[in-house]
Design a protein around this ligand. Structure first.
Ligand code: ATP
Length: 269
């Protein structure tokens, strides 16, 4: 099938009523360029607070490019134009303190990347840097973050063990615990379960469902079952455009656009 035949301007993008829906993040006219390569076009999307939104689409469709722009991970790599509104501030403005902003908009990467330190130190490292030194407070943060990331029961008796001795799935949950120890508002996750076995994947998914009580999550995933299991909303990306953004159940059962329909039914490419 020739995927180029879809009309890239024929889009269906969910709009929330800000009077009715609490928004965590809004992008306006977001465009991303790697040199001359215009990798992402016209992203004006809103993300509801305390919900999980999945970004789906074929390889190279711009999902990670978009996600990484949301907390300026593309700085120095790509040119990003347009705005990213978070609590009345434009994250994309040159005046923003990127370090402070990333405490609010955290990221979990595809491959677990724990520090070569103990489980405890993985969590307390950035927290200490942030000025919290009192042992009792640090212990509380370690316990709470590990519980929220559904890892506490597996590691509570061995917090001084090296993080590198954990399994891949445990390491990824540790990375989630490390991200939430900073108490961000929004968690960006770039295929957080793609390197994991099915059981670890389900654990990470359960963790996400638990986390959305307190956090807004935006996740890139290639796993369509995962998108339909965990997310409230789904955006379908194609060739750098968002073709359709809707409630997840609508994307998977009543897609409005042919490209979306072909993608979710496996007739794409
Ligand atoms: N660091 C980079 N430098 C140059 N071009 C890049 C870079 N990262 C991505 N691109 C290009 O931007 C486009 C979108 O890539 P991106 O990684 O965002 O897609 P994706 O949908 O996340 O793909 P995948 O599902 O394979 O991760 C592609 O053409 C890719 O080659």
């Amino acid at each position: 099938m020739d995927v180029g035949k879809y009309d890239l301007n024929d889009t269906e993008i969910l709009q929330f009523d800000p009077q009715q829906t609490e928004l965590a993040l809004t992008t306006k006219d977001l465009q991303v360029y790697y040199g001359k390569n215009h990798a992402f076009y016209d992203g004006s999307l809103q993300f509801e607070r305390y919900k999980i939104t999945s970004l789906i689409g074929a390889s190279g469709s711009g999902k990670s490019t978009f996600l990484r722009s949301l907390n300026r991970m593309n700085d120095g790599v790509a040119r990003v134009t347009g705005q990213i509104w978070y609590r009345g501030l434009d994250v994309n403005s040159p005046q923003i303190n990127v370090y402070q902003m990333r405490k609010q908009i955290g990221m979990v990467f595809q491959r677990p990347n724990p520090f070569s330190k103990s489980i405890r130190d993985n969590i307390t490292f950035a927290v200490r840097e942030n000025g919290i030194k009192e042992q009792k407070k640090l212990d509380e943060i370690v316990e709470t973050s590990l519980k929220q990331a559904a890892l506490w029961d597996e590691v509570k008796d061995d917090l001084n063990k090296s993080a590198l001795s954990l399994s891949g799935g445990q390491q990824q949950r540790l990375c989630i615990a490390r991200a939430i120890a900073m108490q961000p508002d929004i968690l960006l996750m770039d295929e957080p379960a793609s390197a994991l076995d099915p059981i670890s994947t389900l654990k990470v998914e359960e963790t996400m469902m638990e986390l959305k009580k307190n956090y807004t999550i935006i996740i890139v995933t290639h796993n369509m079952q995962q998108a339909s299991r965990v997310s409230d909303y789904t955006a379908f990306f194609h060739l750098g455009h968002v073709i359709e953004y809707a409630q997840t159940k609508n994307i998977f059962t009543f897609p409005q656009k042919r490209a979306t329909d072909d993608y979710v039914s496996g007739n794409f490419g």
